[in-house]
Design a protein around this ligand. Sequence first.
Ligand code: BG6
Ligand code: MG
Length: 218
Amino acid sequence: MTKIKACIFDLDGVIVDTAKFHYIAWKELANEMGFDFTTEDNERLKGVSRMTSLDILLSIGKIEKSEEEKLAMATKKNENYVTYILKMGPEEILPGTKEFLDTLKKEGIKIALGSASKNAMTILERLELTHYFEAIIDGTKVSKAKPDPEVFLKGAQALGVQPENCVVFEDAEAGVEAALAGGMKCVGIGNAAILGKAHLVVDGLHQMNMQKLYTLNN
Ligand code: BG6
Ligand code: MG
């Protein structure tokens, strides 16, 4: 008897590489304030909410801003970021994603999205992937950021599946922690040294298949 009834996918870094666009937009903001922002710094923003990302950026530049100023800066960064994501198309989908989603559909496994991004709907539309997802829980629907499990628990609830019957796919350490805190199985996408707490770590969805998924039954 298989326990796995649903898969919940993080978006950024799992289905599409948006980190490069976040990086350009945050770097522009940093440069305007007179400091540099490296790709290494950008790693710290993966899986982190927009406002927390800004706080990290400001701490790197040792700059303090009022809440009002911070809101204006986050809005400006987002407007810049959105110009990049609006240019994206299905060619930006990471390798193996569509094939794996098709397999899951065929096998009757339910599919949800669990992302911190408030731009998730726009991105899914641009990638022409919206129709795969029976439930979409994004940054507009949660009040607690990963590693809190809220985003994934809401996804499971929307699908009508118990958390222990869900597998989460995540590229960020905080996301792996969120999945485990929610009582779910987790597949880490990326570096095993960072995502070691996950039940399984793969380089990308191109390495996933039903056989590997079902090893998580145990
Ligand atoms: C996460 C990204 O998925 O979404 C983070 O990994 C990003 O880097 C966060 O900060 C919020 O995204 P957005 O699109 O709402 O600014
Ligand atoms: Mg991610």
